[in-house]
Structures are given as structure tokens and as C-alpha cells.
Write a protein that binds this ligand. Structure first.
Ligand code: AMP
Ligand code: MG
Length: 296
């Protein structure tokens, strides 16, 4: 998934004899590898790559797992009126942040028509996906890390483990507490890699941070980064960091990307309208903003 993952867990002696710690860790590593090989756009044999090659021509039967993730993505697209849109990739794959390559304005204007989540047709009886526009490509980068850590924490939970922290990139999911105290999760300083701007005590919750510092290059003083506004085809620049807190790791992952695209006003409004979700937004003047439930 092109990012660093971190795992911590505790368990009682009772469980220790059923499987060793090393085996628990190996199971998590295998699960991450399984998800990467299914959902990576960089792996040709991944299910996602197969969909991108074929769904523009015909209906493609997919796994229940990918199908339900696509359903979640579609739900978020509707909720955000297209700010979250996995078809951003129709243009998004033209960006290469490592090699400082970006599409020119002509390519952007040609590709914008292919960014439209409504071109994705899902059939839940047949478990198929089809793109009504042959130029559509999809990418799950805005949602897959959240889903992956959820799967990993579920795996530990099913073995009877009750205290764990798993993170991948900017996404973290907590199971239980940290030996009687809350876990402390830091929100990164957007411009100083080794600094945090906020520390939050959290239990049994997910937090996802989307930042313009994760994947980017700077050209003529302008930062081109990996979160794309589907309406303009350019990087979203009203804010520099959005963290969303809530119970479901997949949803908070999608919501942090969504609120980033929407910007401070609309992004915060969206989070405040959703029960059970909170946000911390850092705007492009590096000022901190908190959602209603975090005001006190
Ligand atoms: P995150 O770090 O969770 O905000 O995810 C950023 C990733 O989401 C990017 O690297 C892209 O793979 C993907 N992405 C970028 N723009 C969008 C968008 N407008 N809607 C959905 N996914 C996006
Ligand atoms: Mg996200």
C-alpha cells in the first residue's frame, strides 16, 4: 500500500498457548499482503486492475469484498455530491508524484468528463461492476487503508485479543484501551515531520488523517499532491490536513479524504451533520478548527 504500518497488541496468558505472538503478527502481515494484491492499482494481477481493464467493455463479476467496498465508495460519493469519487483515477493516474509529473491543462480538461461516480454500475444480485464510460478508471486509495486496518483488528478480535492499535499511513484503529488508559493518538504537524500538533486520548475508535504532505511535489512554489478535486482535476488546496474520528475505520478514511476535497467550510459542515463523527481540520494558514463535538 506504499505506506508504513504499525501494530501493537496485548493479550492474556490464557490465549498465549493457542498461538504465538509471531503467528498473530504473521496473520496480520498476510492479511495486509492479501488486500494489497487484490486492491493495488500497481499490481497487474490485482482484482482492481482487472476491473480497470475490463469494466469499460463489459460487466465484470467481482468478489463480495470488493463489491461491498465499491458500495461504500458510491455511498460516500452521493453523500458528498461527488467530492469523494473513486473515478478521480481516470485522471489521477496521470500524476506521478515521485517523478514530479503532472497532466497539462489540455489533458485535464479532456479527462474531467471521465470523472463521474455515476458511470459505475453495480449489480448486487449478480455481483458485477460495469463502467458506462470506457475511459473510466477507479482507485481505492482514499478508502482501502481504513478497510485494511479494520480487517486486521477484526482478525485479532476474533482470536480473543481485546487491546490493540493498528495504523497504516494516516489511518489508525484502536481496540479497547491501552492497559487501563486511553491510547494517545497524535495528529502530525503538516510541515514538520517529527512533530504532532494535537494528541487525542481515544479508545475503541478509528481516526483517519488526510494530509497534503503524504504524496506531493512542489513546482514553481505550488504543491501538487495526491488528493484531487474531481471538479477541477487539480490538488485540493483549501486545507492541509483533515482528521476524522468515528467508529468505522473505512468510513472515517473516506470521510477524511472527502472533507479535504470539500475544504474548511463545506467539509466541517458535512462532518457536523453526521452523528458519531468529529473532525479536526488544519487550514492552509495552519490554523486549527474543531467540529462541534470537540469544541469543549
Ligand atoms: P487519504 O490519504 O485517505 O486521504 O487518501 C488519498 C488517496 O485517495 C489518494 O492517494 C488517491 O488514491 C485517493 N483520492 C484522491 N482524490 C480522491 C477523491 N477526490 N475521491 C476519492 N479518492 C481520492
Ligand atoms: Mg482517506
Amino acid at each position: 500500500m506504499g505506506t508504513r504500518a504499525h501494530l501493537e497488541f496485548w493479550y492474556d496468558d490464557q490465549l498465549a498457548h493457542t498461538r504465538s505472538t509471531e503467528q498473530h503478527i504473521a496473520d496480520i502481515v498476510n492479511e495486509m499482503k492479501r488486500l494489497d494484491s487484490a486492491m493495488s492499482p500497481y499490481i497487474e494481477s490485482s482484482e482492481l486492475s482487472l476491473v480497470n481493464r475490463q469494466a469499460g467493455k463489459q460487466e465484470v463479476v467481482i468478489t463480495e469484498e470488493l463489491f461491498s467496498l465499491l458500495q461504500v465508495a458510491q455511498k460516500l460519493s452521493k453523500l458528498s455530491k461527488g467530492a469523494f469519487d473513486i473515478t478521480y483515477a481516470s485522471l489521477g493516474y496521470r500524476y506521478d508524484y515521485r517523478n514530479k509529473i503532472r497532466p497539462d491543462s489540455q489533458v485535464i480538461s479532456e479527462s474531467l468528463a471521465s470523472i463521474n461516480y455515476q458511470s459505475i454500475q453495480l449489480d448486487s444480485t449478480k455481483l458485477t461492476v460495469k463502467f458506462t464510460n470506457p475511459n473510466v478508471k477507479i482507485d481505492l486509495g482514499g478508502i482501502a487503508k481504513g478497510y485494511a486496518i479494520k480487517r486486521c483488528i477484526d482478525l485479532l478480535k476474533n482470536k480473543g485479543i481485546e487491546h490493540a492499535l493498528m495504523s497504516a499511513g494516516g489511518d489508525t484503529l484502536l481496540l479497547g484501551d491501552r492497559r487501563g488508559r486511553p491510547w494517545m493518538v497524535g495528529i502530525k504537524h503538516p510541515r514538520e515531520d517529527d512533530k504532532n500538533v494535537v494528541h487525542l486520548p481515544l479508545n475503541d475508535e478509528a481516526i483517519s488523517t488526510s494530509g497534503d504532505y503524504e504524496r506531493f511535489f512542489i513546482e514553481d512554489g505550488i504543491r501538487y499532491h495526491h488528493i484531487i478535486n474531481p471538479k477541477t482535476g487539480d490538488s485540493a488546496r483549501e486545507v492541509v490536513s483533515v482528521s476524522v474520528i468515528g467508529s468505522d475505520a473505512t468510513i472515517v478514511d473516506a470521510l477524511s479524504t472527502t472533507a479535504f476535497v470539500k475544504g474548511l467550510g463545506d467539509g466541517m459542515k458535512l462532518i457536523n451533520s453526521l452523528k458519531g463523527y468529529e473532525a479536526i481540520i488544519i487550514d492552509n494558514k495552519h490554523r486549527l478548527h474543531f467540529s462541534n463535538g470537540l469544541q469543549q
